[in-house]
Design a protein around this ligand. Structure first.
Ligand SMILES: *Cc1c(COP(=O)(O)O)cnc(C)c1O
Length: 374
């Protein structure tokens, strides 16, 4: 791609990451070790939880959380319909049923009325997603969870540094799960983290992440059929350097988001992201909602021709073949999620963007929509 191409996202990485990784390679100890422990401490401190455990991804973090909470066959877990499929796939992998819940169209987050209406005697847990870096309505979710005796696992894959009334996402539920995929605020290439305040869950996470083995006097005894969900020290080294940048990344992305808001004000064909009273949006992605009459995919194609990378917001799970086939969903069952799937558009946003890039994106967006028409 030429230099003028505006990418959707780009991790912010410099010599700091390189030096951290070099120190691991020089040491010769590459698997889970002191760097993982340090990275975990940094994240636990940042989120304000007693524990944080690194994993290979947010997907394995979510899966391990379900295992630790004992969720299995015939249990139901409430999941927002508008999310990356991993949120629900892990439920399926535990032989439990993901029950898909509609979203609020303005926040893209789980709709708490639809949520409560879908609680049954089989429901064991809620996995709220903090969509695109905006906290779900945690007060309402915790009230529903308490009333019905449900666990809460936060899918905070997109939300490291996001807050709900100033309290960090990932500190509300029994567990919080983070992702360090390159599309997220900070990255380790691949990687994840589970936060928790529970001593009991913490011990189970430690055990099951490492084959179910307990080490003493230089050997293991195996107490459970565990997994290998360990992060390597190479990845954690990158994570440590990234944690030093996190505040600056969030600050810069919020500034750039403000530039988008200013330029898109009054352009009625798109709705800009809504930040509710609890605030704390980190804009992992800047996702707008195009008018229902607009052919969103044609806008994506046209912007690509203009040298600007955009994409859909995320997926409506009930429209995906697996969920239709397995649970018999119809396309019109979750209308807000369906609309978000059809009309949402992610605009480029990353630390090293500048205001000229924002100008180009907005100009490209307006020209594309005017060209395509309704
Ligand atoms: C990215 C993402 C995941 C998956 O994260 P990985 O670290 O790639 O496994 C899960 N849920 C949501 C909401 C995500 O955005």
């Amino acid at each position: 791609m030429d230099n003028n191409f505006v990418r959707l996202a780009k991790p912010y990485i410099d010599d700091d990451e390189l030096n951290e990784v070099k120190s691991v390679l020089d040491s010769g100890y590459l698997t889970q070790g002191p760097k993982v422990e340090k990275f975990e401490h940094l994240v636990a401190e940042f989120i304000g939880t007693k524990y944080a455990y690194a994993t290979t991804s947010a997907t394995t973090a979510l899966h391990l959380s379900l295992v630790v909470l004992g969720i299995g066959r015939d249990d139901e877990v409430l999941v927002p319909d508008f999310t990356f499929p991993a949120t629900a796939n892990v439920v399926v992998q535990q032989q439990a049923k993901p029950v898909l819940v509609d979203i609020d169209i303005d926040t893209f987050n789980i709709n708490t009325e639809d949520l409560e209406s879908k609680v049954t005697s089989k429901t064991k847990a809620i996995i709220p997603v903090h969509a695109f870096g905006l906290s779900a309505d945690m007060n309402s979710i915790l009230v529903i969870a308490k009333k019905h005796g449900l666990f809460v696992i936060e899918d905070a894959a997109c939300a490291i540094g996001a807050t709900y009334h100033s309290k960090p996402c990932g500190s509300f539920g029994e567990m919080g799960c983070f992702s360090f995929h390159p599309r997220k605020a900070i990255t380790t290439g691949e990687g994840g983290m589970i936060t928790t305040n529970s001593d009991v869950f913490a011990e189970r996470i430690r055990l099951l992440r490492n084959h179910g083995g307990v080490q003493s006097e230089g050997r293991f005894t195996f107490e459970a059929a565990g997994y290998n969900y360990r992060m390597s020290d190479i990845q954690a080294a990158v994570g440590i350097a990234q944690m030093r940048k996190l505040d600056a990344i969030i600050k810069r992305k919020r500034e750039l988001a403000a530039e988008y808001y200013e330029r898109l004000r009054g352009f009625e064909e798109v709705e800009v992201p809504f930040e509710p009273s609890w605030g704390g949006h980190i804009f992992q992605s800047f996702v707008v909602l195009t008018d229902d009459q607009i052919d969103r995919d044609a806008v994506i194609r046209n912007m690509k021709e203009l040298g600007i990378e955009t994409t859909l917001g995320t997926y409506a799970l009930h429209c995906q073949p697996f969920f239709i086939k397995t649970y018999d969903y119809g396309l019109d069952e979750l209308p807000n999620s369906y609309r978000a799937f059809k009309q949402s558009l992610t605009l480029p946003l990353y630390y090293e963007m500048n205001v000229r890039d924002i100008d180009r994106v907005v100009e490209g967006l307006i020209n594309s929509i005017n060209k395509i028409g309704k």
